[in-house]
Design a protein. Structure first.
Length: 421
């Protein structure tokens, strides 16, 4: 079932603005320098920022008065008075990151440095009207803040990571085939209930920003991130920012790899998701297994299209018919390899991060993909690229959009301003 909400002109409100914690370029440079070093004295900070010591000291004094930074002891000295070290006060501000999956929601309370201070995972009936789900999110956020004794005025914003096409300017889920949502105004509904700024972001783009912040991507200015599970998606980072094209760049799951294949949820035929997603793998197993017990297990669970149930089905399949299970993943990895070779040939990236729920079965497909890319990509490109597992895990989904909020507050926009996603 697809839920379509018809929006009237007045249904889209002006979004609540995220608090600006820095007011000038100098403040931005100073706070970025402190975050980069973790702890640093004023003289060293002035050298790092290429500013005068008096200018840096004035800004630091302002930050100390606001309790945005704190003093934490003394540095080593070659002689004379030891310089005082300063660091960011992690408790100064917080953000809430939310990932809406198929049948589950992950909510995380994150401090301004990206430390996870609290987490809650709840399940929901994905066939319910999205308005009910949004109410559930609002209630759980209030409970999370109350449990960890964080005052609402200290929360910079709430970030929602959700699959599908997103209109970030309006805060609307334009279409999510996985959730069956169309034209759902998440931002305005949540802001009305919470009185906190809300940002909406495609979940794979959120996952990608998490790699830039806390994962292998933090060592790179340019890389790709691919997620595999119920759906297949991609995030692109160029010069340390998300590349979004005109708004929707990265729909890797809807690259056509088999023109004579099956119809996709997007309406097209032969998309990568129809060959390599969890649903496609389970369909292959169902069509090829001779195990009656396995067919029965699939039939009893497949009506409940929830990611946790798909993982459960794959685990059952591995146990009851390992040969067909292996062949299903071999087929999926072949089509993934074909798609990734095209990406390598187009982008020539130094890094590709593979993430998503499918990593639970990585030993059945990941080495196949790496080998195929190494052997098939043009010239030396396949050998130049480093293909690695996501090192963060499921926390990456809500973490990235929380990062987007903290960076906006600190004067850094991770999404090009000329596009809306």
């Amino acid at each position: 079932m697809t839920y379509f909400i018809k929006l009237r002109k007045n249904d889209v409100m002006n979004s609540i603005t995220i608090e600006h914690l820095v007011k000038s370029r100098g403040e931005r440079k100073v706070i970025k320098g402190i975050i980069q070093k973790g702890k640093i004295d004023r003289t060293s900070l002035a050298k790092l920022c290429r500013m005068s010591v008096p200018a840096v000291s004035k800004i630091v004094r302002s930050f100390l008065n606001k309790k945005m930074v704190i003093e934490i002891g003394e540095s080593e000295s070659s002689g004379g008075r030891r310089p005082i070290l300063i660091t960011i006060n992690a408790d100064y501000r917080f953000a809430v990151g939310v990932k809406i999956g198929l049948g589950y929601i992950v909510l995380m309370l994150i401090d301004i440095l990206g430390n996870i201070r609290g987490k809650n995972v709840i399940e929901f009936d994905h066939t319910k009207n999205p308005t009910i789900i949004i109410e559930l999110i609002a209630r759980t956020i209030r409970e999370l803040l109350q449990k960890f004794k964080v005052r609402k005025k200290l929360v910079l914003g709430v970030g929602i990571a959700v699959s599908g096409a997103i209109d970030q300017r309006k805060g609307v889920v334009k279409f999510s085939g996985i959730l069956g949502w169309s034209n759902v105004p998440i931002r305005d509904t949540l802001e009305k209930r919470l009185k906190i700024p809300v940002i909406l972001l495609n979940d794979v783009k959120s996952f990608t920003l998490a790699q830039l912040w806390k994962g292998d991507g933090k060592k790179y200015r340019n890389f790709l991130c691919i997620t595999i599970g119920t759906g297949i998606g991609m995030g692109v980072v160029v010069n340390g920012k998300l590349y979004t094209g005109l708004g929707s760049a990265g729909e890797f799951g809807h690259v056509v790899v088999n023109p004579k294949g099956k119809k996709c949820t997007c309406g097209k035929v032969g998309c990568l998701e129809t060959e390599s997603s969890f649903h496609a793998i389970i369909e292959h197993i169902k069509e090829n297994t001779t195990s009656k017990n396995l067919k029965s297990a699939i039939s009893s669970l497949e009506l409940d299209e929830v990611e946790t149930k798909e993982i459960e089905l794959l685990k059952i399949s591995k146990e009851k018919d390992p040969e067909v299970f292996n062949k299903a993943f071999q087929k999926a990895s072949l089509y993934l390899g074909i798609g990734i070779v095209d990406l390598v040939n187009i982008f020539n990236p130094p890094l590709i991060v593979i993430g998503g729920e499918a990593l639970e079965f990585k030993e059945y497909f990941l080495s196949n993909i790496v080998e195929y890319v190494n052997e098939t990509a043009f010239d030396e490109m396949g050998k130049q690229v480093s293909i690695v597992n996501d090192s963060i895990g499921e926390d990456a989904w809500p973490l990235g959009v929380a990062y987007l909020i903290t960076q906006k507050a600190l004067g850094e926009d991770l999404i090009p301003k000329e596009v809306v996603i």
